[in-house]
Design a protein around this ligand. Structure first.
Ligand SMILES: *Cc1c(COP(=O)(O)O)cnc(C)c1O
Length: 416
């Protein structure tokens, strides 16, 4: 195949890059199977080793021994706020403005309804065609509940700024496009939304844990995000929701469950919202899932988001340059400017699904997004430059030798 020559040239170079990488020691906090190059941490983060012991401890020592007393003696009841405050540190939010709860989809619904309630004289939700579909679906559900007295206006991502006008009640965007990795300018768009009297809602699913986010500085009104991607909280880990301090008095959560009540254990028949972020809670917190998430957040204590971002840029730039050289026919779907990109790199390929199945079969796990995107996530906490080079070599073999064109690689699974 002739790659041997390339390897000889590059190998010492990547070894040197790994040797001087200040984040390289963090890899030891993760359990990743031998022989796997994991480029899908933007979809499901890898397993932090501490999670296993933390779960065992909570199950055996807390649930097993304390039983229902655990809600008080282990303070399970305040897990949403405690974990919320830790996530707040990762997204530039003040203490008391974030809670961990439910799923991102549910949190989108809560904040969207809250925002619309704050702008009763307007009825437009502005979003873009690059948004993650669940966010748009939740908006459509809200629209149905209002007897269609609400408009979900969708424009191309690059047209959001000009589409912001005085009919818009809420601008709802995802900072990083899940397919291409294109990153919106959160601060500028939020300022523009405010200038026309609209509220700004941001989905941080592909941002949190990969690079710094400055919610408070950008004056964002509401935000949501999930914790199973770059935060490594595990499959189905609970999401988070942010409400700017000045909006907390509006108590706009329409899902008025008892945990959002001002005094849940008074068991009053009428709903009285909590005056704190607890107002965004609905039901009983997922203690085991939050235990895993809490342990996974510990890894972030060893570094900074600035350092993570710097490494994410280096890893992705390295991958792009290798693929460009090795597979010049492949079209990059992501922005070339790292400042305009999240921590992922995507390419277009007509047979993207089969190509990704071949990659996975050869030990490189990324994913495919319909209709033609091959996506690679760069989780800076646990990836090495040597792995990126190896992944590029395997990718080259699969493309150059057409290794993807086997019947079994065309068989679609339920989850892609
Ligand atoms: C992953 C992702 C979600 C997922 O929502 P869930 O309710 O956790 O399934 C939502 N929005 C965006 C932008 C995502 O990337």
């Amino acid at each position: 195949m002739g790659e041997g020559k390339i390897l000889e040239v590059d190998a010492p170079d990547v070894k040197q890059r790994d040797d001087i990488d200040p984040l390289a020691p963090l890899r030891q906090h993760f359990s990743i199977p031998d022989g796997i190059i994991y480029l899908d941490g933007n979809s499901l983060g890898a397993l932090p080793k501490a999670v296993t012991a933390a779960l065992t401890h909570t199950v055996e020592e807390q649930w097993g021994k304390s039983l229902i007393k655990g809600w008080n003696c282990h303070n399970w009841i305040d897990l949403p706020a405690r974990i919320g405050n830790r996530i707040a540190n990762l997204i530039g939010a003040e203490k008391g403005t974030v809670i961990c709860a439910d799923s991102t989809s549910l949190n989108v619904f809560k904040v969207l309804a809250a925002a619309m309630k704050m702008r009763p004289e307007r009825n437009v939700i502005l979003s873009d065609t690059g948004n993650f579909p669940t966010d748009l679906y939740m908006a459509q559900g809200l629209k149905g509940l209002t007897g269609d007295n609400l408009e979900l206006r969708l424009v191309a991502p690059e047209e959001v700024e000009t589409a912001l006008d005085e009919t818009v009640a809420a601008m709802m965007l995802t900072e990083v496009d899940y397919r291409t990795g294109r990153k919106h300018d959160m601060k500028a768009l939020t300022a523009k939304a405010h200038s026309v009297g609209a509220l700004a809602i941001w989905d941080l699913c592909h941002s949190v844990g990969a690079f710094p986010v400055y919610l408070s500085e950008a004056k964002v009104d509401f935000a949501v995000g999930c914790s199973y991607k770059y935060l490594n909280g595990g499959p189905g880990a609970p999401a988070f929701v942010y409400v700017a301090p000045q909006h907390q008095h509006t108590n706009g959560n329409p899902l008025t469950g008892w945990m959002g009540h001002n005094a849940p254990f008074a068991f009053d028949l009428g709903y009285e919202p909590s005056a704190t972020m607890d107002q965004m809670r609905v039901g009983t917190p997922q203690v085991l899932a939050m235990t895993a998430l809490s342990a996974s957040l510990d890894v972030f204590e060893h570094t900074s988001l600035e350092a993570l971002h710097a490494k994410s840029v280096e890893l992705s730039e390295f991958f792009i340059s290798e693929i460009k050289r090795r597979c010049p026919g492949l079209e990059l779907a992501s922005p070339t400017d790292p400042a305009k990109r999240g921590s992922q790199v995507s390419f277009y390929h007509e047979q993207g699904y089969a190509v990704m199945q071949a990659l996975i079969d050869h030990g490189v796990i990324g994913d495919f997004r319909a209709p033609n995107i091959i996506r690679f996530g760069f989780a800076p906490l646990y990836l090495s430059f040597a792995e990126i080079l190896k992944a590029a070599e395997i990718f080259e073999d699969i493309i150059t030798d057409g290794l993807w064109d086997k019947p079994e690689y065309h068989q679609k699974s339920k989850v892609t």
